[in-house]
Structure formats: C-alpha cells, structure tokens
Design a binder for this molecule. Structure first.
Ligand code: F6R
Length: 615
C-alpha cells in the first residue's frame, strides 16, 4: 500500500511533499518520511506514526531543497518503526528511494548483496531494492549522464514483485527516476516543475496535467523535462490527460471527521450516481459506459461480481437485486478467491469488478485473470483515473467524489444504487413492464429525500450508541437484500470501534450463533417491512428470550416492532431493492458515534489503509 510523492521544480520541496502526503495518508499511516537533495547532499527525516509526527520533526529541522521524495507507509515487511520508514538509502547513503509494493524475491537479492559484503540496517524489502540500485549505480561508468536511470533499470530487471518507486542520488542532484509495475505512479507536469505520486489527489492542487505510467515504464525527470523508457521496450509514449479534480472537495469543512462528512454527503452522492442515467420515456436506465449493445446485454446469461470488503458487500446486495429484477443468475466471489480459482466462465458471462479506489490489488488480479481467459470485464469504480478504470472493457463510474475516511460509506450506497440501475436496465430488457420500470424510477428518485430524513436521526443514534458503549461484541442479522447490510454493518462496527462484530443471514441464528447471545452481546436486526419481516421478528424473540438486547432497523410507522426491540432506527418505507441503501445509513452512523464515544481514531483506524495495493 503506501503513498509516494516526489517533487522536482523551482520551489521548496518540503511543504509540497508534506501537503501531498496528507492527501495520501489514506494509503497507509504507520510511518512517513521525506528526503531532500540540496547543494550539500541528501537529508532525510522519517518518523513512526502519523504525518503530524513527521511535520513536528520537520518544523524543528526543516529540509531545504527543490528536489525531494516522500512516503507514507503501511507496513508489509518489517515493523512500523523509524528505521523501517521510507525513504531507504543504499549502502553508500547517497541514494534514496521510496517504494510502494512488494519485492517478492528480496530474500534472494539480499543474500546476493550480503555475499558481496554489504550489511543491511533494516528488515525491509525496500532497503534491498535501494541497495540493489545503489550497487548498479556504483558499478556504472562515472561519466554516464543518465547513470541513475540505467541503475534503476538494471536493478528492476532482477526484481520480481510489484513497485511504484522513485529514486534520487546525490551525485545526480537534478534527477529523479520513477518506475512502475503493479503499484500506481502518476507523473504531474507543471510549469517548471514535475511531480511523481501514487495518486493524482497528492498533486492536483498544483497541476491538472498528468500521465499515468504503465507497468514497466521508467520515467526520468530532470530540470529540462522528462523522458520515458520501458523495461519491455514498449515504444508507446505517455498518454497525457487533464484531471478534473477539485482539491477543495477533499477538505473537511465543518465536520469533525471525514467519515461523518461522507455519511452526510450521501444525499448528493446518490444523485451523482443516478444523474443522466434514468430514461423516463422508456422507463429504464441508460448506462452508456458499459459499451455493450442491447443485443449483447440481452445475451448475458450469468454475472460474476467480484471485489473486496465493503465493495463485495455491495455486490452481495447487487446479486439479490439483479436476480430478482432481471432473473439473470449472479455469483459473488471475493476477488482474492476468484483470482486463484478456475471459475468456469464462458462467452456469455459478464464479470463485474467493483472497487471504490480502483487500485485494490486483489480486485485488479481478479479482473486480469478474467480477461486472460477472454471474458468481458466491466468495472464499477469511483476513481476515474484508476488502474481498474483503465483496464476494464467499460463500466459505470460512481461519481461519489473523494472518499477519504478509511471506512467506506458513500461509495457503498453509490455501488448499490448502480446495481439498482443495472437491475432496471437488464430487467426492462427481459421481464419488467413499463409500469414496473416507472415505479422503480420513482423509488430511485425518492432516495435523496429519504436519506436526508435518516441523517436527521444522527443525534438519536448517538444517544443509543452511548447506551451500548460498554459492550465487547455485537451481532448483525439480515435476510435477502438486507443480508449484505448485516455484513456491512458488522464490518463498519469492527473496523472503526474495534468491537468484535459478526454479520449473518438471520435464519443462521439458530444454527450456532445463538450460543453467543447474552446480556452483553446486543443483536442488530435489519427488519424493514418486507417478505422476511415475520421471520425476522421470530428471530428477535429468540434473542430476547436469551436476555440479548435487540436493536431493530425498521420501517417508519412500524409500532409493533417496539414490542420486540429495545431500540429502533427507523427508515422510510421503500421497495426491497432500494431499502438496503437506506438501512445501511443508521448502521454507518451507529458505528461512527460508537467510535467517537470510545475515543477511536475514526478516519484512520489502527492497522488499516484505505487502498489495499498488496495481495
Ligand atoms: C471497509 C473498506 C474496505 C474496502 C476494500 C475494497 O470500510 O473500506 O473493506 O471496501 O478494501 O476497497 P476498494 O473498494 O477501494 O477496492
């Protein structure tokens, strides 16, 4: 995972790098560091902990210079310590690199370098890479002007694994070399300045002109400009594009945390996901980005949905939505599993890869595996500049705006509403009548107001969270389209509060889970007025009979539920395919308030990173 920002230009590098790192902190926040080249040589400061720690150190001892590299880390090899933080130097201490990814053969390379007498200071794979590049640098003719570029390329030919990296060397004080394989790296082209970064968010405040490196690209930036080479002799040049990113969108505004801001943004993000995609005349949805003709859409006879974490939970809701509206069989698979198994796909199977970031390593692995076998792979993605967006054959953008908090919220509801649109589109080509299509459109259009009414309950939900603050464990139950919401409610609770939480299909309660029920383990039941209502109520009674507390998410006007539940979060009445978009919101708020009450670091929970770019 990890985030990289590098700068070469005519300004002081340190403030630009720090600002960029803050925008990338979502990629990891175990430690961070910065290296700056000035007339005197290479100066490095790194600190374990959040970027604030690094900033504090830099405030007392600023690093001056107009060429610098920086990194925020999510530990893979080696503990989160000052010494394991990036940048890492080579044996001479004159070369520094920042790296995102995993060097798989680092053990072999380390042994080879140790056999040459080199001694390592850390346990990291990145230090091995730095030593290897330094080794090639030292072995090259001193007269060679592009020595660093050559050393990077020589070293990378020996490497297996993934990398987005930037290297600098004090003997070439006006050069930085970036390379990519598997981990994103974008070149930002400004006026008399260039950036290299893991994500455009880090540099968008300074330049909107960017070029995404492809795998095996190596880019060398100096005071004159940049040049591109490829480890595979690919002759294609960099594709330069303009990003449309408003850095201000990622600001916190008046909210205490990004998570709360993003929960409240759902009124708008849902509208953005739907805008221009409803065809009122034909009573259907229009999703031009799918790049499929109506004939091709009609021929789809199976859909495989793949993704990780929250995105997969959205897919699980999508499975029920598409099967019930379009009668197309849908299968769900974790991307990490799908990429390894021999899934029997065929020509009429559509693979849908879902990812907010578009950079999740397992999801990219799954999509590449499906493409390798000749299948059409579409994406549902938020980050339009992502690897997933570039590698899929088409898809649907979420347009949810930047999601900064590690816990996904607005991206989830946008993904689910896109499944509703897809269900409508495929359903209208098969079984749904025009009047059913019209009813669906009305339900979709009602969502923003319904979401607003749920958000008004935030204080009520905080009071209920206060009541349960001393629990150690929690259960979440839902059926059919609400099953994915039970999983998602449990995931939100555990990832930001660290309270143990499990989500299950309601009827599984009796098949073992009921053994966990006691006075200190409350159960949340997703229980809107739908076909599973009575069965849900039966299960609530079984929990109550064993002294377990019950919190119900129920439909407004349902007074009966008060007889079975200790506490209730109400959602407006909605058909079963839009109800999950509503019922998840009280659970997002519940987890959020609980985390605040418990004093957790809501936006950056321990051990996590927003974008999981390692397998
Ligand atoms: C949970 C969460 C993660 C992500 C997962 C996939 O709140 O954020 O479970 O959903 O890592 O990330 P994307 O959607 O970026 O592929």
């Amino acid at each position: 995972m990890c985030g990289i920002v590098a700068y070469l230009g005519d300004k002081e590098a340190q403030p630009l790098l720090l600002e960029g790192l803050r925008r990338l902190e979502y990629r990891g926040y175990d430690s961070s560091g910065i290296a700056v080249l000035n007339g005197k040589g290479l100066e490095i400061t790194k600190r374990v902990g959040r970027i604030d720690q690094l900033e504090r150190a830099l405030n007392s001892h600023p690093l001056h210079g107009s060429l610098g590299i920086s990194h925020t880390r999510w530990a893979t090899h080696g503990k989160a310590t000052d010494i394991n933080a990036h940048p890492h130097t080579d044996a001479s201490g004159k070369l520094a690199i920042v790296h995102n990814g995993i060097i798989e053969n680092y053990g072999v390379l380390k042994k080879k370098l140790q056999d040459k007498g080199l001694q390592f200071r850390t346990e990291t794979d990145t230090e091995v890479l730095a030593y290897l590049i330094g080794f090639h640098f030292d072995a090259l003719d001193v007269e060679t002007g592009n020595r660093l570029e050559m050393a990077v390329m020589e070293a990378l030919r020996e490497v297996t694994g993934t990398y987005g990296l930037v290297a600098v060397h004090q003997d070439q004080p006006d050069v930085m070399v970036g390379a990519r394989r598997g981990s994103p790296l974008v070149l930002g082209i400004g006026q008399h300045e260039h950036f290299l970064a893991s994500d455009t968010a880090a540099i968008a405040a300074h330049t909107q002109t960017v070029a995404h490196l492809r795998d095996f690209d190596v880019v060398t930036v100096d005071r004159q400009g940049y040049r591109l080479k490829s480890l595979t002799h690919n002759k294609a040049g960099l594709e330069i594009s303009q990003i449309n990113y408003d850095a201000g969108e990622a600001d916190l505004g008046d909210f205490p945390h990004y998570m709360l801001k993003e929960i409240f943004e759902q009124t708008l993000s849902i509208q953005n996901a739907v805008r221009g995609r409803l065809n009122l005349e034909e009573c259907t949805a229009q999703l031009g980005g799918l790049n499929l003709t109506p004939q091709e859409l009609r021929e789809i006879d199976r859909i495989v949905i793949t993704g990780c974490g929250t995105a997969l939970h959205a897919g699980l809701v999508g499975e029920y939505i598409i099967e019930s509206l379009a009668h197309v069989p849908v299968e769900i698979d974790w991307a990490s599993e799908f990429r390894l198994r021999n899934s029997p796909l065929d020509r009429r199977t559509l693979v849908l890869a879902i990812s907010q970031s578009g950079e999740t390593e397992d999801t990219l692995g799954a999509l590449r595996e499906a493409k390798r076998k000749g299948h059409r792979v579409l994406g549902i993605c938020n980050n339009v500049a992502s690897t997933l967006a570039r590698e899929t054959d088409g898809g649907v953008y979420m347009y949810a705006g930047p999601e900064i908090s590690v816990a996904a919220t607005k991206s989830f509801t946008s993904q689910v509403v896109i499944f509703v649109l897809l269900g409508l589109l495929l359903g209208r080509m098969r079984f749904l009548s025009a009047s059913q299509g019209r009813e669906m459109i009305a339900a979709i259009e009602a969502l923003p107001d319904q979401i607003t009414s749920i958000l008004k309950q935030s204080d009520h939900i905080r009071r209920i969270a206060e009541k349960y603050r001393d629990i150690d464990s929690m259960l979440f139950f839902g059926r059919q389209m609400q099953y994915g919401i039970a999983l998602e409610g449990a995931l939100k609770m555990k990832e930001i509060t660290y309270i143990h939480a499990e989500g299950h299909p309601t009827a599984e309660l009796k098949h073992g889970i009921i053994a966990l029920v006691d006075e200190k383990t409350p159960s949340v039941f997703l229980c809107p007025k739908d076909g599973a209502y009575d069965k849900n109520v039966n299960n609530m009674q079984q929990v109550k009979a064993r002294k377990g507390s019950v919190i119900a998410v129920a439909t407004e006007g349902d007074e009966d539920i008060l007889q079975h539940a200790d506490d209730v979060f109400y959602i407006p009445e909605a058909p079963e395919y839009t109800a999950p978009i509503l019922s998840v919101i009280p659970l997002q708020l519940f987890a959020y308030h609980m985390a605040v009450i418990l004093g957790r670091d809501v936006d950056k929970p321990r051990n996590l990173a927003k974008s999981v770019t390692v397998p």
